[in-house]
Design a binder for this molecule. Structure first.
Ligand code: PEP
Ligand code: MG
Length: 595
């Protein structure tokens, strides 16, 4: 009888949420467990201390994870099931294991990874040698723990990633914003994840670094294996695992059409963002890192409207010093060469954690101690950032913006601290811009509703629809399960936007909008119609939005805004916006339409 051949696995198509445009085809790299390959390095005497600190950090992080796991398991499965993590915790804090690890680093001058691997191996061998099933099981636990600690030391998957010889598509359950920010564009062509929403920060970062990305695929991790050929279509949200020949060919030709369309758009980058009847719209870029300024300028942006400074914290293993921050901000201004920059103070918390905060989980982080609240509660850290910002302000036009302000008191407190810092600098004779403008992100309904009061106490507003949508509609912006409820086309959200623009106009202060909808073509006419004249968006979308602006006139936009203002359902709003865009710019309708 002929031997039966293993059947090739069939093609699988998964639908997720498209968050960063473009079509890519490459092999899958499934981000999974911590790597087991341990790098061996002999260290110099002066490195001993560093390795000991690394070891302590990894053990501390592993312990923190275990505490979380133990508590969660106890809640969900009961005390008995949680005991396993109690055993892990006991071991990871056991002096008879930790002592020899430290000793190995000091005496044998090896890196922390080797010390960990060797010491855990000894324990595993001892358990195995007892030869009884219970202890064999314990040996597995030790192995598990070893992986966890090594993962902390090595940065999970980093070694495997750095060994890649060809670019890949990352398949993951979930990525953190800092993991995404650290991705090398040359090695990583695309991303598909199980979790996430359109405005979760991982998605925003993927867009910023222009990696095609689909999130919220729910079970793509289960369907793809390392090395499988995968297609990620960041325009429609489709991910195809092991495509058949016909599908592959179809996507290849779409890829060509997409690059052609992008090339046409690049031409628009050089043109002015002006409506047909001559109204100039300011298009600024949202950035996370100074080097992105180049991208803003290459795409024809007028400056930076939102600099998310927290990313300097997220991508560092230590809290950046005043000087490190000052250098980054100054560098940004230098690259902008006289163009304006609105710098946002730290917006940490919710889905953006520092190493330290990861250990202080909150039950409801999006409603917790985040953003300006966190800064007001950690004044020294806040003051350090404000000093760095003010020092940099001597090198170019800069405004300061406070995130997630929800009460007038918060704004007053933040301004008071800023004043204190100004006085300190003055006394020290350090140069800064004495007339620096301060403004707020309007991204919480309370701020939008009280916009008239806020307008008396600050110089500008920037409407952050990403958060404003989530807080107005009570829909988590990063949760794929409720992604269908998350939309900027909500009449409630649009009503708030309109009120904020009005309040700003009345008080004669600048109002801009920097949420992701500023970069989505279907909203452009509506936003102009609502009275906005400054938009800040992901740099790569600037040409597309410019093109939209150049195809309309103000009256058309105002008429559309009036019409949409009378609707009470998001579906009606969306359909109308789509129809309008199709009429004024059918080609861009075929480009990236997010909704
Ligand atoms: C927003 O909330 O709209 C915004 C621009 O800020 P972030 O996306 O960083 O929360
Ligand atoms: Mg926000």
């Amino acid at each position: 009888m002929p031997q039966s051949q293993p059947q090739p696995k069939p093609m699988q198509t998964v639908k997720g949420i498209p968050v960063s445009p473009g079509i890519v085809i490459a092999r899958a790299f499934v981000l999974g467990e911590a790597e087991t390959h341990v790098p061996h390095r002999e260290i110099e005497e002066r490195e001993i201390e560093t390795e000991l600190v690394r070891l302590a950090g990894a053990l501390r992080d592993a312990s923190a994870d275990l505490v979380l796991l133990r508590d969660r398991t106890e809640q969900q499965l009961g005390r008995e099931a949680a005991k396993i993590f109690g055993f892990h915790l006991g071991l990871v804090q056991d002096p008879s294991l930790l002592g020899p690890m430290r000793e190995r680093i000091r005496r044998d001058r090896v890196n922390a990874e080797v010390a960990v691997a060797d010491c855990f191996k000894k324990v595993t061998d001892q358990f195995k040698a007892i030869g009884n099933e219970v202890f064999r099981q314990k040996a597995n636990d030790v192995l598990d723990l070893e992986r966890r600690v090594l993962g902390k030391l090595m940065g999970e998957n980093e070694s495997r990633l750095s060994a890649l010889s060809e670019p890949v598509i990352i398949i993951a359950h979930e990525l953190t914003p800092s993991q995404t920010a650290g991705m090398d564009r040359k090695k990583i062509l695309g991303i598909a994840t199980d979790l996430g929403g359109r405005t979760s920060h991982t998605s925003i970062v993927a867009r910023a670094i222009e990696i095609p990305c689909v999130v919220g695929c729910q079970r793509v991790m289960q369907r793809a294996e390392d090395g499988d050929l995968v297609i990620v279509d960041g325009d429609t949200g489709v991910v195809v695992v092991r495509p058949d020949a016909r599908t592959l060919e179809e996507y290849r030709s779409q890829q060509d059409r997409f690059s052609h369309y992008r090339a046409i758009l690049r031409e628009t980058a050089r043109l002015e963002a002006v409506t047909k009847d001559g109204t100039r719209i300011k298009l600024l870029g949202n950035i996370e890192f100074p080097h992105e300024v180049e991208n803003v300028l290459a795409n024809g942006g007028d400056g930076v409207g939102l600099y998310r400074t927290e990313f300097l914290y997220l991508t560092n293993d230590h809290e950046p010093s005043e000087d490190e921050q000052y250098r980054a901000y100054r560098h940004t201004l230098e690259l902008l060469a006289g163009r304006p920059c609105t710098i946002r103070t730290l917006d940490l918390g919710a889905d953006k954690y520092t190493q330290q905060r990861a250990h202080e989980p909150e039950r409801n982080p999006f409603l917790g101690l985040r953003s300006i609240r966190y800064c007001l509660a950690h004044r020294e850290m806040f003051k350090t950032q404000l000093r760095a910002i003010l020092r940099a302000s001597a090198h170019g036009p800069m405004k300061v913006m406070f995130p997630l302000v929800s009460t007038v008191m918060e704004l007053r407190q933040a301004k008071m601290i800023l004043n204190d810092v100004c006085e300190e600098l003055e006394e020290e004779g350090i140069a800064f811009d004495r007339g620096i403008q301060t403004g707020i992100m309007v991204e919480v309904p309370s701020a939008a509703l009280l916009a008239r009061a806020f307008a008396q106490e600050c110089s500008f507003f920037s409407i952050g629809t990403n958060d404003l949508i989530q807080y107005t509609l009570a829909v988590d912006r990063g949760n794929e399960r409720v992604a269908n409820l998350y939309t900027g086309a909500s009449p409630a959200v649009l009503y708030l936007v309109k009120q904020v623009v009005r309040a700003g106009r009345r008080a004669e202060i600048d109002v801009s909008l920097c949420g992701e909808i500023a970069g989505e073509a279907i909203y452009t006419m509506l936003l102009i119609g609502l009275g906005l004249r400054t938009l800040s968006l992901v740099p790569s979308q600037i040409p597309l939005i410019k093109r939209g602006i150049r195809s309309v006139d103000i009256h058309q936009c105002e008429e559309l805004a009036r019409r949409v203002g009378s609707f009470d359902s998001e579906r009606q709003v969306l359909t109308t916006l789509r129809d309008e865009l199709r009429k004024v710019d059918p080609d861009s309708f075929g480009g990236w339409i997010a909704e």
